[in-house]
Design a protein around this ligand. Sequence first.
Ligand code: ZN
Length: 412
Amino acid sequence: MPKIFLIDVTNRDGVQTAKLGLSKLEKTMINIYLNEMGIFQSEFGFPTTRHELNYLNANLELAEMGVLQPIRLQGWLRAMAEDVRAAFRNTPKIKHLNLSISTSDQMINGKFCGRKNSKDIIREMAEAVDTARALGAETVGVNAEDSSRTKLNYLLEFGRVAKEHGADRLRYCDTLGYDNPFTIYEAVRTLAEKLEMPIELHCHGDLGMAEANSLAGAKAAIDGGQDAYINTTINGIGERAGNADLVAVILGCTKSKDFAGNYPMGTGINLSLAWKIAKFASYAFGVPIPLNQPGVGANAFSHASGIHADGVLKDPENYELYGYEELGRGEPEFVETGREIIAGQYSGISGFSHIMGKMEVSFANDQEARKVLELARYANVEAQKPLVSDELVFIARYPEIARKLLTLTPLE
Ligand SMILES: [Zn+2]
């Protein structure tokens, strides 16, 4: 039976959001948390962007070491043969790619302005898929940007050629958040049935329907006999009004009426990491979690009015659809209210050893401690805010990987 798989795109769509960004260490931590959570794949960055390369290669090394396993790390590229060649030059160990190109008349005319027509788009995409296959890509997804404003017949032709050339999946991109659950269902069901290939759902929230559209699209793919791959971002952070929120999509797939029994998840999801990953992304992006965010908002399990409070005290199921413990909430959190020693970009060995000692991290000798301190200082330079304890532990545990992903060498 076809199933639903999650591809988180925080490290691609999330970081290209205006006014926001993540350090390379923060991106790495997100890959680690996604892996722990059982997410199928992370769209972990841009293999043709120079400042990404040390980070990407360091994370591919973590995959080889078994630290980032079983999650798949997948790069995002323009669907152009030259970009695919550059990706394999820059990140030789990359195995999974998604190749993206615009398919709507609006974008073909409005962006390429006569330089490319609809035939060129399909030809370039096919060349890019051929190149990816020839260079050893294990999986190739093909993204039709602005699918929801693309004529369905053209999308079918685009998908048919992609499949012929060896693409594994077609990404249906509702780039502008134009679809509603009814329209995306119709389009995706037709694509799944006629193309007989798995469909990815990439939905945006411009009309507030990113999660609903993702579920409707997934249902359509599965009803059409194909696996569905939902694109998410943590806290829904993404271009403009954002993407489908990771936690809300998981909740929708597993808790909404009559869904899970008929449309199962393809990987075991550890929902108890929801609170941790949402809090980390909020801190890393510097964007507070809205009070009313599903599952992880401050009010998601709060009750004030008489009837609700009385009802939930008698039986939580009166007014709560799922338990807070399932999301990893309810544990006391330690907040220092007195003296604090913090690691920063100008920290010294004494304060740093104190901090690491509190986390029960010890060093073989003074030299090792000073090396990890130096790396933590660099990480602070990049993040411009105190590192969380998991980041410090990561640096202490994998100093060589940290050194690589923190290395930025512009204009060599
Ligand atoms: Zn997007």
